[in-house]
Design a protein around this ligand. Structure first.
Ligand SMILES: [Zn+2]
Length: 158
């Protein structure tokens, strides 16, 4: 059991690292891809880019795969963004992003999903502009489709 768990973790880490490479390259090199999320407007975030925020998420192990097979969004994810604000100033933030385990075997979709979920964190951090609609939960399937379409158009070029 222990060994299986370690092996699974390694497979997940390899998938995430590989997809991160693709996702970071798209955000850094395709201006239209990062442009889907606009730009930072809030003090303390102005030197951030979509690519550096994604990097922070990966380094802080924010991404993990759901257990089991009944994930609510096919090839999707769920992002929980948290921040601590004192006297109107954000002093810390973190995120936890749960991914459909089916994405482990689908590097292209995993990279696009990592970009999509990072988009919710970018909105949390105050990035404004671009087409990304933060309000794309289960009751807003049109918004979710729009977000996925835009990310696929702008971030999946070679
Ligand atoms: Zn979303």
């Amino acid at each position: 059991m222990r060994e299986q768990e370690a092996e699974r973790k390694q497979i997940e880490k390899t998938a995430l690292d590989s997809a991160f490479g693709k996702a970071k390259e798209a955000l850094d090199k395709l201006s239209g891809c990062a442009g889907v999320f606009g730009s930072p407007t809030v003090f303390g975030t102005l030197t951030m880019t979509a690519g550096t925020v994604l990097q922070t998420l990966v380094k802080s192990n924010a991404f993990h795969f759901a257990r089991g097979t009944n994930f609510p969004f096919k090839n999707g994810g769920v992002t929980s963004y948290n921040e601590t604000v004192i006297a109107g100033v954000r002093v810390s933030w973190s995120a936890s992003i749960t991914l459909d385990p089916a994405l482990i075997d689908n590097p292209t979709e995993l990279a696009l999903t990592m970009i999509h979920e990072a988009g919710h964190v970018l909105r949390g951090l105050g990035f404004t502009g671009g087409d990304f609609n933060d309000d794309d939960g289960p009751n807003q399937p049109d918004n979710q489709q729009h977000n996925n379409d835009r990310i696929r158009e702008e971030c999946n070029k070679k």
